[in-house]
Design a protein around this ligand. Structure first.
Ligand code: SAH
Length: 243
């Protein structure tokens, strides 16, 4: 009887601790959103005077970043910093995720391609804003973990594929927006081919492990694009499959 009582008591205490922890995570996530909102207002080079849209900020506020990182620590997840996700890769700083999402100009009926699934966090943000997200990851373990995380969290409009994203994913497109989250010296031509006219590609262009120019390519007509660099960023390299 006494053992049963102790057991029930420890269950109640455990549930209370979990609820308190959830509330703390919610507070830290809300603070992160305010940090990136404020930061965006000073980043006029990338965003103009408008800053980030409420839609993007709302998606950042609703997506539980801590569930995408190893250890699931909220104090780590909601600091505005990149976080290692294993195998030499990192999940980008939240501000950069929000910025790239904003620059991709994602609308509710859009089909979006992401190259570089990593943890699946950027894909989850895009999935809240678009109709369908197709994301490609070259490292098998990361593709597998991200697939599971996204499925467990109920993101049923995201498809994850293992492979080299250089060739894009024609069967999933054409795309209204493409977001590349690994750095390469040039924009892969297949990604432009798979972009709709009027669509946008956002990508860090430059060498890996150094600084790159965050670049927006807009497809203005078949075979025609305009390119604009909006600021310096630091991404892990875009690797090519070893054929
Ligand atoms: N968007 C991710 C972070 C990406 S880090 C997130 O939200 O967590 C960059 C990712 O790009 C890494 O996981 C890396 O393995 C992947 N990557 C690098 N080259 C690639 C390629 N050619 N095709 C697909 N993914 C690639």
């Amino acid at each position: 009887m006494k053992t049963l009582l102790l057991f029930v008591l420890s269950m109640v205490t455990g549930a209370r601790e979990a609820a308190a922890q959830d509330a703390e995570c919610d507070r830290e996530r809300a603070a992160m959103v305010e940090t990136i909102r404020a930061y965006a207002q000073s980043d006029t080079r990338a965003l103009g005077q408008q800053g980030l849209s409420e839609r993007v900020l709302e998606a950042m506020g609703q997506t539980k970043r801590h569930l995408f990182i190893p250890g699931r620590s909220c104090s780590i997840a909601y600091a505005d910093s990149p976080v290692p996700i294993g195998l030499g890769q990192t999940i980008s700083q939240p501000y950069i995720v929000a910025l790239m999402t904003q620059l991709a100009a994602v609308a509710p009926d859009h089909v979006v391609l992401e190259v570089g699934t990593g943890s699946g966090y950027q894909a989850a943000i895009l999935a809240r804003l678009a109709r369908k997200v197709c994301t490609i990851e070259i490292i098998p373990q990361l593709a597998e973990t991200a697939t599971k995380t996204l499925k467990d969290l109920g993101y049923d409009n995201v498809s994850v594929r293992l492979g080299d994203g250089y060739q894009g994913w024609p069967e999933c497109g054409p795309f209204d927006a493409v977001v590349v989250t690994a750095a390469l010296g040039e924009v892969p031509p297949p990604l432009i081919d798979q972009l709709k006219v009027g669509g946008r590609l956002v990508m860090p262009v430059g060498p890996g492990y150094a600084t790159q120019q965050l670049t927006i390519v807009e497809k203005t007509a078949p075979g025609k694009t305009t390119t604009r660099a909006v600021g310096l960023v630091r991404f892990v390299p875009f690797t090519r499959s070893q054929e």
